[in-house]
Write a protein that binds this ligand. Structure first.
Ligand code: SF4
Length: 402
């Protein structure tokens, strides 16, 4: 969670501030073109930054104010796109942002009136802007944290007897999920010949498909907890979850704990993944004494959806292994990256971007990581001689008397 270097704006403030930014740009680029368009109340409305507290009158007042902004903005857009207007004016960055923000937040009703898009769902957060001054910053929610800005992904070494050094930094818009970055990070590390033998990640970066690709394409062991079975049976810890079924891959069948065999085997897509669904017969399930342990449906037979064989096997193996103490000990090393992020946030101000735009924000993150590396190498050089120092006189004496 990395905050953009912009003020947090309500939707109403956003449209007002977007129009103000466009007017500022036009006032500099084409004052003679803009002057005849200016309405008497615009100096008060857009002469300084738009800050709107709680409006008396509630939702209706918000809509009225938003539609005032909408009409004003539409006047500028219509003039900018008039045939007689020099084309370079509509290519000005803030004028283009004004056009896009108006598409995001207004619509034309059946009577041809411009309306505030309230109750008409605005575009998804990954498309709409949170500020006219940084259009790469997007609103995002992760668990109980909401922010407008970016995400960054640090990869560091964790070799014994060496300083932990950040070897890769990726910065994305906030709506890109962590899992989408795993392959990119591996490809980047491969390009720079920095691939590790083992890459330890948290559950956000790992899935059976990512483990399989990391091994197949780069020969890397991707270590992390794969998401647990989220079926109601697995969550409750009782009843027949997916692991209770035996999969006969050769015959494309599932065998349930009661020994019944599925009768259909179909491919389906769920959340972007391909699954194979095995379905049992109504005849078997209706008369089954364990029915309540198996399905919550009163009438329908049980079905089980599994990943394709190589991924299913990886998923099953990982889910078992990650319960063991040995795996937990091996995985504990991942906690080191939390210290690195904390150090960069607290000591080097990583949390808040000092620049606007994804490219500049990424440069900030890279420079921050470099500073962190330099400090760590300096610390290591400073302390390394002590660790390499010869035995103390007392220890030498002990060895001599032994
Ligand atoms: S309900 Fe159907 S699938 Fe489940 S155990 Fe009984 S027979 Fe097998």
């Amino acid at each position: 969670m990395y905050l953009a270097a912009v003020r947090t704006l309500s939707r109403l403030e956003l449209v007002g501030e977007t129009l103000r930014a466009a007017l500022e740009e036009l006032a500099e680029a084409a004052p003679a073109w803009l002057a005849p368009l200016i309405e008497p109340e615009w100096a008060k409305r857009y002469g300084r930054r738009v800050e709107i507290g709680k409006l008396p009158g509630g939702k209706a007042a918000v809509t009225t104010r938003a539609e005032e902004f909408g009409q004003d903005g539409q006047k500028i857009l219509a003039a900018a796109w008039a045939a007689s207007t020099p084309p370079h004016l509509r290519r000005l960055p803030q004028v283009e942002i004004l056009r896009q923000v108006w598409v995001h937040h207004y619509y034309w009703d059946a009577d041809g009136c411009l309306r505030w898009r309230d109750g008409h769902a605005p575009p998804p957060a990954s498309l709409r802007f949170d500020s006219p001054y940084d259009t790469d910053a997007h609103y995002c929610v992760k668990r109980d944290t909401a922010w407008s800005g970016y995400r960054t992904h640090f990869t560091e070494t964790c070799d014994e007897d060496c300083p932990e050094l950040v070897v890769h930094v990726a910065t994305t818009i906030s709506t890109v999920q962590d899992i989408e970055m795993t392959d990119t990070i591996h490809d980047d590390l491969a390009e720079r010949q920095l691939l590790p033998a083992e890459h330890v990640v948290d559950s956000g970066y790992i899935s059976p498909a990512r483990i399989e690709r990391a091994q197949r394409v780069h020969g890397i062991t991707l270590l992390g907890p794969v998401v647990a079975d989220n079926s109601s049976q697995a969550k409750a810890g009782s009843g027949f979850d997916k692991a209770a079924f035996t999969i006969d891959w050769d015959n494309e069948q599932a065998i349930c704990p009661r020994g019944a065999t599925s009768v259909s085997w179909t491919e389906l897509r769920m959340k972007g993944h391909t699954y194979l669904q095995a379905r049992f017969t109504e005849a078997d399930c209706r008369s089954c004494p364990d029915r309540t342990q198996c399905t919550s449906s009163a009438t329908r037979p049980r079905s089980v959806a599994v990943l394709p064989r190589p991924l299913h096997e990886i998923q099953t193996r990982n889910r078992l292994e990650q319960q063991t103490e040995q795996w937990q000990r091996r995985y504990a090393i991942r906690a080191g990256i939390e210290a690195t992020l904390s150090q960069n946030v607290r000591a080097h101000g990583l949390r808040r971007s000092h620049y606007r735009g994804l490219a500049r924000t990424h440069v900030q993150h890279v420079l921050t990581a470099m500073a962190c590396n330099v400090a760590r190498v300096a610390d290591w050089i400073d302390t390394a001689p002590k660790t390499r120092r010869g035995a103390t006189r007392f220890r030498t004496l002990c060895s001599a008397t032994a």
